[in-house]
Design a protein around this ligand. Structure first.
Ligand SMILES: [Zn+2]
Ligand SMILES: [Zn+2]
Length: 288
C-alpha cells in the first residue's frame, strides 16, 4: 500500500503498557485492529492474516472497508481453528451481515463455525479474564457502534497501603477483604463517527487509550465531516478540553487526500495541549 508522498505503509504496531495494538486504517480502503489482551479484533477491513487468530470480532458498522473481511476471516478460522468465532455487530447489521456470510459460505461450499451477536449501546460481553467489551453509540450514516474495552482491577483498601506483604497475606488468609475492585475504561474504539459521539458517549473521555478517527483536515474539507459522518480535525480540536484525561489518543481512518505529516502539523497547531499524547497511525512506520 502506498501513502501520499510515496512512503510505504506497513501495518501499525503500537504499545501502551500491557496493551498491544496492531492495525491498518485508511478511509475508504480498509480499517482493522487487533488488540492484545485479549486478542480481539475491532473491525475486519477487507480481511487481514493478522485477524485469523481472533476468536472475537467486534464490527462497528457494515461499510465494506470495515466489514468485507468478515467472511474471509470466518473462512480462514473454520479451516485452521476448531473453536467457533464470535462476530459482534450493531443489532440492525445482523441480518444483512448474515446474508453476506451465508453467500460466502455457499460460494465456498463450507459451513463456517461462528455465532453472530447483535448489540445495542450499553450492552456488554465478557471478553477475557477481568475484561469486558461494552458497545457505545457513535454518529455515522448507517447503524454503528463503538466499543469500550473495560478492565476490572483490584486495589488495596487505603488503610492497608504500605503494610508488609507477610501481614497482607495473613489478613487475606483470614478472609479479610483488604482489596476493593474498580473498573476502568482501558481502551475505547470509535469506528467511523462524526462529532456527535462526544455527546452520545461522553465516557470515551475516560479511556486510558482512545482510538478515534480523524478523516478530514483543512478549510476546504470543513463541511465534509458532518456530511459523511466522519470527524474533521477542527471538530476534534473543539472537543480537546474534554479529552484531557486520556493518556493516549490514536488517530486513524485518515482520508487518502491527506498525509500523516500534514496531520501531525495540524495536530501541533490545533491541539497543542494534547499533541504530545496523540499518536498518528503509520507515523512511526513511514520513516523520514
Ligand atoms: Zn470507514
Ligand atoms: Zn463508514
Amino acid at each position: 500500500m502506498s501513502a501520499p508522498g510515496g512512503g510505504r505503509l506497513e501495518r501499525a504496531a503500537l504499545r501502551f503498557g500491557e496493551l498491544a495494538i496492531e492495525g491498518w486504517s485508511r478511509a475508504g480502503e480498509e480499517t482493522w485492529f487487533r488488540v492484545h489482551p485479549p486478542g480481539l479484533a475491532f473491525d475486519c477491513g477487507r480481511g487481514a492474516p493478522e485477524l485469523a487468530g481472533a476468536r472475537d470480532l467486534f464490527l462497528t458498522h457494515g461499510h465494506l472497508d470495515h466489514a468485507l473481511g468478515v467472511p474471509w476471516v470466518l473462512s480462514q478460522r473454520t479451516l485452521h481453528h476448531r473453536e467457533p468465532t464470535r462476530v459482534v455487530c450493531p443489532l440492525p447489521t445482523v441480518e444483512p451481515l448474515r446474508d453476506l456470510i451465508l453467500a460466502a459460505s455457499r460460494l465456498e461450499g463450507v459451513d463456517y463455525r461462528y455465532e453472530l451477536v447483535g448489540v445495542v449501546p450499553g450492552e456488554r460481553l465478557i471478553a477475557g479474564r477481568e475484561l469486558a467489551v461494552e458497545a457505545f453509540a457513535t454518529d455515522h450514516v448507517i447503524p454503528s457502534v463503538g466499543y469500550h474495552l473495560l478492565r476490572r482491577r483490584r486495589h488495596l483498601r487505603p488503610e492497608y497501603l504500605g503494610r508488609p506483604g507477610r501481614e497482607l497475606a495473613e489478613l487475606r488468609g483470614r478472609g479479610v477483604a483488604i482489596e476493593v475492585e474498580s473498573e476502568e475504561v482501558w481502551l475505547s474504539y470509535c469506528g467511523d463517527t462524526g462529532a456527535g459521539v462526544f455527546e452520545l458517549s461522553p465516557r470515551i473521555a475516560e479511556s486510558r487509550v482512545l482510538l478515534i478517527e480523524c478523516t478530514f483536515l483543512g478549510a476546504a474539507m470543513r463541511d465534509r465531516g458532518s456530511a459523511y459522518g466522519h470527524l474533521h480535525l477542527e471538530e476534534l480540536a473543539a472537543a480537546a478540553p474534554r479529552l484531557e484525561g486520556c493518556e493516549a489518543i490514536v488517530l486513524h481512518h485518515l482520508s487518502r487526500r491527506h498525509g500523516e505529516r500534514e496531520l501531525r502539523a495540524e495536530v501541533e497547531r490545533a491541539l497543542p495541549t494534547l499533541a504530545a499524547r496523540i499518536r498518528i497511525l503509520f507515523e512511526e512506520t513511514l520513516g523520514s
